[in-house]
Write a protein that binds this ligand. Structure first.
Ligand code: HMH
Length: 220
């Protein structure tokens, strides 16, 4: 069994809370209030800036050029691809880059991003990967499921978002992240350290759920 499969099985309740959160189900149904989505997306932009730093920390924590390149792919995917989605959608509501970047970080944004950065700073590359994994792999799973359930039809106001995460570019990114995580585990994982790695993964899933909830808590 690969590390990712084991983590997902052992953290099944946290994974389900995250990937089947009411925010996700409402987004898939197209019934999510726009005010909830807007708050979420602006916070997600701020979140991604910190996540780019976390991948950059992955470069620093790498011992091989191959690992450095994988971390760099994470930085590039955020700065060159994912943030453009956010700028495009926020732009359609009249928010420009400066307005987004000047928005104050909400507490769940700070909690999640600083948790991941600390996991990486205090630990090694595998600890950092375990804390990063729910983000990229979870969104790929959510996007693929919503698209498979035909939630991305023209009637859904969140079609663009769903298609971004269901699309080949994001799916490939998540696939190579999963292989990378499993490959690191093959080199450094021991039974003794597994509980700590699982704990990082579980916490990241909980922080993902809190991030969705932050969006839902907005009153329109
Ligand atoms: C909170 C959060 N988790 C995961 C992703 C996927 O990159 C994202 N954009 N935002």
């Amino acid at each position: 069994m690969t590390l990712f499969d084991r983590l997902k099985a052992d953290a099944a309740p946290q994974w389900a809370d995250y990937t089947r959160h009411s925010f996700v189900e409402q987004l898939g149904a197209g019934t999510l209030p726009l005010a909830c989505f807007k708050h979420y997306l602006v916070q997600d932009y701020l979140f991604l800036i910190q996540f780019a730093r976390a991948y950059a920390l992955g470069v620093y924590k790498s011992h091989s050029v191959a690992d450095m390149r994988q971390s760099l792919e994470g930085v590039k995917a955020i700065l060159d691809v994912e943030l453009d989605l956010h700028l495009e959608l926020c732009g359609s509501w009249g928010m420009d880059r400066t307005a987004i970047e000047n928005a104050p970080e909400d507490t769940p944004t700070m909690a999640y991003t600083r948790f991941v950065l600390d996991a990486g700073m205090a630990g090694d590359l595998l600890d950092l990967q375990a804390a990063l994994a729910p983000c990229v792999i979870g969104y790929a799973e959510i996007g693929a499921r919503l698209a498979a359930e035909d939630c991305d039809d023209d009637a859904n106001p969140y079609q663009r978002w769903i298609r971004e995460y269901a699309g080949e570019t994001y799916q490939d990114l998540a696939g190579s992240f999963t292989e990378w995580l499993n490959g690191t585990a093959e080199q450094v994982m021991t039974e003794q350290r597994y509980p700590r790695v699982l704990s990082l993964f579980e916490k990241a899933c909980r922080l993902e759920s809190d991030f969705w909830q932050m969006g839902l808590n907005v009153k329109d």
